[in-house]
Design a protein around this ligand. Sequence first.
Ligand SMILES: Cc1cc2nc3c(=O)[nH]c(=O)nc-3n(C[C@H](O)[C@H](O)[C@H](O)COP(=O)(O)O)c2cc1C
Length: 159
Amino acid sequence: MIENIEALFKQISCGVYVIGISDGERQNAFTAAWVMPVSFNPPLLAVSINPEHYSYQLLQAGGVCTVNVLGQDQSAIAEHFGRSVQDKMSGFQWQKGKAGAPILLASLAYFDCEVSHYTDAGDHKIVVCRVIAAAKLNTGQPLLYSQTGDMDGSSALYE
Ligand SMILES: Cc1cc2nc3c(=O)[nH]c(=O)nc-3n(C[C@H](O)[C@H](O)[C@H](O)COP(=O)(O)O)c2cc1C
């Protein structure tokens, strides 16, 4: 056992993102912090996703997603999409990306992606995403995972 691993993991700088997913008309979005760029050419992003999430099933079926960057004043949005609730998408403005996944218009920037492949990572799956479009939407500083405290309840998940 490693003492205080949950606090130590938060020393690794991560932003906070809303991952938009669609499979045809079915859509969902969830908050993720474990996201990073992993290739220059082609541009690839890796997202670590818990395969027990509804969003994982949808991602496997649809094969497309967006990565939307949250700003410093958007921790309420992180909290909202960090829960499994009915009708999560309503009350926000969305635009369909090139591949069909929803872009969160309130975010600082978005990356429109197609799934390249998956790889195993302990109790998560890493989804490697090819970026097919991206743009800045709003001005601001990115929210950091370390600023979200235990919003994700992860302190209870480490052994
Ligand atoms: C700040 C924060 C960061 C999170 N990071 C991740 C993450 O990187 N990967 C993940 O699978 N879930 C992460 N979660 C948890 C999911 O957002 C949460 O379980 C959500 O309910 C999943 O959505 P769904 O049930 O609609 O699929 C995070 C939650 C919060 C609040």
